[in-house]
Every structure is written in C-alpha cells, then in structure tokens.
Design a protein around this ligand. Structure first.
Ligand code: ARG
Length: 458
C-alpha cells in the first residue's frame, strides 16, 4: 500500500502503478533525497517539532538506507512510486514510529524540488570539471603544434592562412563560455525549496535557513508556490548542455572532415576510430560522429522540458515528474561527450604537411597582396580589383600567385616591386596579423597564455 493510501478504498492497478511511478528514473537522486531528509529531521528536532531521539533514530536509519543503496543491496520496488517513498518506506520499516515522523512539515513537492536542485548543482559541477579537461586537451595540442599553418576557411573555401593553435584555441573560448553557462546553471539551482511543503508553507515552526545551510544552498526560495512549481533551473542546465553540445558538433564535424582522404589534416588514433564489418580498409571517425549525433538528444531533452512546463498552472502538477529523465540524460550525455572528445583530441595525430600543402592552394595570399597595394597608397577597393585580375590570370594559367613574375604583377599595377614576394609568404602573412585576437604568432602566444590563465581559474 502506498504511503498516501489512507483515503483510498481500492489499491492501485498494476499498470497505473507502473505508469505513475518515477522510481526507475529518480532513484538516481537517492543521495540527494537522503541528505535532504537528514537535514530536515535535524531541523525538526532543533525546532522542537520532533524529539531529539527520534531525529537521531531517523539519521542513523537513513545512513543505513544510504549504505544499502550504495552497496547495491537495496531492493527497489516500483510500487513505492518514487525515491522519496522508497527511502521513507524502508526507513519506517526499519525503525518504526520515528520514521513515520520524518515527513512532518514536508511534502514530496518541496522534497523533490530540493533533491532535483541538489542533483542539478552536483551535475553542473561535474560537467564543469569535464569541460576543463577537454579545454586542457585542446590547449595541449595547440601548444604542441603551435606554428603549424593551415588554410582558414569561410564558406568552407580557402580564405586566409591561420595557425592551427589559433584554430584550436577558438574552441577553448567556446568551451570557456559553456563553462560559465554551466556555472550559472549551478547557481540558478542554488536556492532551497524545503519548507514550502505542498505549496503554501506549513504551520510548524520550521527553520528554513537551517536546512538550506545544512544542504549547502546559498539561499532560501522566498515564495512557496514558486519553490515547488518552477523548473527553470533545470532549463538553465539543459540550455547550457545544449549550447555546449552544439559547440562539440562543430569541433567533431571538423575532425570528421579533417580525417578524410580529401583533407588528411589529422589521423584519429585507433582507440577513437572503428572499422567496417565489410570493408577491411576502413577506419571510421565513429566517435566524432556519435558526439555530433548526441547533440540531438541533448537539445531534445531541453525542448521536452520546455514543452512540459508550458502553461502549467501553479503550483505542483504531476507533469513535473517528467522533468528529471531528460535533465539526467542531458547531463550524462554531455559528460560522456566531453570525456570522449578530450580523449579523441589528446590522441589526435596532426599532419602539418597536409595542412601546409592545402594552405598553398587557393590564393590565400590574395588579401595580403591587396593590402600591399593599399599600403602603397592605392585605395583598397581598387587594390581588391587588381588582385582579382591576378587571380583570374592564375586560374587561366593553372598556377598560383607565387608562380607569377614581377612583370605579370606590374602589368596589372605598377606599384608592385620585388618585395611583393614577401607578401606571398604564408609564414609572414600569418605573423603580420598582430592585432589582439588575430592569428599572428605573437598574438596567439598571448592568447594561449590568456586561455591557460582562464583554465587555471576555472
Ligand atoms: N515523483 C514525484 C515527482 O517526481 C514527486 C512529487 C510527487 N508529488 C505529488 N504530489 N504527487 O515529481
């Protein structure tokens, strides 16, 4: 019989029992549930609501339940409906009457909101650590291949040469912002609903600040209706996970592209590749693809909860029970993606020659040739046109800008001198981008230091 069965004459039907249960999902919150109950019982005793001996028996009994769950010895029964009733039921079965006093001045509504907030805080913190590890792997590769040049792309067409270190660091900044979003989500969850009871507060002299403190919450939620019914802190977490999952899709997409025969920029380690069951030669970037694909479910989890909370009247509604599965899944999925991406990046073999060979194609120096003329006084628009003609000439001859003679250059514009060779040098082109945030070696060295300092602070 359910713990709430007093006013019922018929037992629940097996199907509805299972349909209504959240235990298969919310048993993941057992540690938070037990911590919340221990804090609540201690506070009830401190406020004289229950006897100190009862609180002590509850505390010891809950510690015992925790031990059983952690040892894998706890028999979860879906008829208990959810983790709250499973724990409380086991406690009361073990210690009798004191256990039956635990739920004084509390509802599962404030209990579940408390557990879920504690869980969200913990998982956001775990994700922040995994985020840092991935950034570490990217920074290590950026340092190891600092000087390597590859084509920078716009529209996936060769644009201007950039340093590989600069390219990799771009991802560390996206991830650093993801870290902030996760941190903000952690902070959004950092307020305690306990004491809101079912929806209206309670007649017992609860010390809400005491339970909040004991559970490590930064504050107490000021409105009992809001406390039990909002899940925006989970949406914040889901959004943070979604954006980061999207960033990972971009990184993985490039790894997939770069590991093709067409690019050959990188070689994935065997540990992060798979073979084909029919084609013996294949080495597929499955894990990069899987991370790219996993973003779909993370974003799906976010959208699902948005739809669940849409139009819900105050205060608690059972719809809210649907909040946890997606949030747990999104956090688990992103954590695995971070771990997988970090290993994949750390073991990635970079092929600098292939990158450089591509950087030599596609007139990557064109902008700098135009700048050369503009710096000699030709209006940039005019210079742009001159270089456009030179590129057209190269296209017709099937050569690159470097293959043109000084006479070819002069035929288009007499401002060209022998020093144009300098403007065509890829190393020089990269090094010249000295502005803050640019791809010049010195600028990237400064950026690397900044990224490392940021990593150390996170
Ligand atoms: N299992 C429920 C949930 O996850 C706990 C709260 C149930 N409250 C209620 N009044 N039915 O939301």
């Amino acid at each position: 019989m359910a713990l709430w069965s007093g006013r019922f004459e018929e037992g629940a039907d097996a199907f509805t029992q299972r349909f209504g249960a959240s235990l298969p999902v919310d048993k993941a919150l057992y540690a938070q549930d037990i911590a919340g109950s221990r804090a609540h019982a201690a506070m009830l005793a401190a406020q004289g609501v229950i006897a100190a001996e009862d609180a002590a028996a509850i505390d010891a009994g809950l510690a015992d339940v925790l031990g059983q769950i952690e040892a894998g010895e706890f028999a979860f029964d879906v008829n208990d409906e959810d983790i709250h009733m499973a724990v409380e039921g086991a406690l009361t079965a073990a210690i009798g009457e004191p256990g039956a006093r635990l739920h004084t001045g509390r509802s599962r509504n404030d209990q579940v909101a408390t557990d879920t907030r504690l869980y969200a805080k913990k998982r956001a913190t775990d994700l922040m650590a995994a985020n840092v590890a991935l950034r570490q792997a990217l920074i290590a590769q950026a340092e190891a291949h600092f000087d390597v040049i590859l084509p920078g792309y716009t529209h996936l067409q060769h644009a201007q040469p950039v340093l590989l270190s600069h390219h990799l660091l771009a991802y560390t900044w996206m991830l650093a912002r993801d870290f902030r979003r996760l941190e903000a989500a952690r902070d959004a969850a950092d307020a305690c609903p306990l004491g809101a009871a079912a929806l209206a507060g309670t007649t017992y002299p609860l010390d809400r600040a005491m339970t909040a403190d004991a559970l490590g919450f930064g504050s107490v939620i000021p409105n009992s209706l809001d406390a039990v019914s909002d899940r925006d802190f989970l949406l914040d977490l889901l959004y943070a996970c979604s954006v980061s999952a999207l960033h990972l899709t971009r990184l993985c997409e490039e790894i997939i592209l770069w590991s093709t025969a067409e690019f050959g920029f990188v070689t994935l380690s065997d540990a992060y590749s798979t073979g084909s069951s029919i084609m013996p030669q294949k080495k597929n970037p499955d894990f990069a693809e899987l991370i790219r694909g996993k973003s779909g479910r993370v974003i799906g989890d976010m959208v699902a909860l948005m739809m669940t909370v849409k139009s819900l009247p105050l205060a608690y509604n059972k719809d809210l029970q649907e909040d946890k599965e997606g949030a747990i899944d999104a956090a688990n999925t992103l954590e695995d993606c971070y771990i997988c991406a970090a290993g994949m990046i750390a073991t990635l073999q970079v092929n600098p020659d292939a990158m450089m060979a591509q950087a030599r194609k596609g007139y990557l120096a064109a902008t700098d040739v135009a700048d050369y003329l503009a710096k000699k006084g030709l209006p940039f628009r005019r210079a742009h046109e001159v270089v456009g003609h030179l590129v057209l000439l190269c296209e017709k001859r099937g050569c690159d800008l470097e293959d043109l003679t000084l006479d070819d250059f002069k035929a288009e514009c007499d401002l060209f001198e022998a020093d144009i060779a300098g403007a065509l040098n890829l190393e020089a082109i990269v090094a010249a981008r000295t502005t803050y945030g640019g791809t010049g070696h010195e600028a990237v060295r400064a950026q690397l230091a900044e990224a490392k300092a940021r990593l150390a602070a996170d």
